[in-house]
Ligand binder design. Sequence first.
Ligand SMILES: C[S@@+](CC[C@H](N)C(=O)[O-])C[C@H]1O[C@@H](n2cnc3c(N)ncnc32)[C@H](O)[C@@H]1O
Length: 240
Amino acid sequence: MPQERETSAVLTVPGHSAADAEHAERNYCGYREVVRNSFKQWYKNNRDSWSGTTTNDRVTHFAIAAAPTGEDQPGSGPARVLDIGCGRGLQTASLAEWLEAEVTGLDLLDVWDTPDVKNGSIRFHQGDFLAFRAEGLDLLVDNGCLHHQRREDWAPWVEHGRKMLRPGGVWVVSVFLSPDGEITPHPLADGRLNWWLTERLVTELYEANGFRFTGSLEIDRHFEYEGHQLKYLTLSFVAV
Ligand SMILES: C[S@@+](CC[C@H](N)C(=O)[O-])C[C@H]1O[C@@H](n2cnc3c(N)ncnc32)[C@H](O)[C@@H]1O
């Protein structure tokens, strides 16, 4: 399976000086290391309870239903898919299998552990989403990655993905749904952020960056935390 590695991220904010951009880049790289080290420990200790769950299957089914038809062949499925923050790559394989598509799994860590697929194809790329380059993609799937990013990176994140999608392409994103309607960060002891988000916030974020909302699904996690029944919120957006 081809594997590539990439480490640099480019973040520029319009209207800021080169020094500001350099500072933002250093900050971003620092936080990305926090995220990478945090997930590394969780995977190493087999604490990745999110991998291969039935809640993930529901996100996969939602993504398949939301996927656009092929650009050149009406009636066919999407040809090129990016699985952002693919982790073990199980969903990467399911997407290839079900959509018969060419799917790239992208993650900061090379922890993929994926069965062979009979339909479509999969490849993996180790690196940061903001440093990944592609164009003309049909479908982006982000199951559980955006909600670990810093708030100031959300807009550049969505903007970056928009540039990789063709017009009419679709982005499916699944996040922690805020149980109390508040947008709050819930940092872990190691510094990784777990943002609780709302449908309104995510929709406004995407619609401000070249997308139109097309659907959403609440997925029960069957997990109680501080008196709240936690859920995921999965949304789809089409690139306009
Ligand atoms: C909660 S896990 C979800 C994994 C997978 N999507 C799943 O549902 O099983 C989030 C993943 O995102 C990856 N990740 C976080 N920030 C990332 C970034 N900036 N670029 C690429 N991957 C990232 C982490 O390494 C981790 O594997």
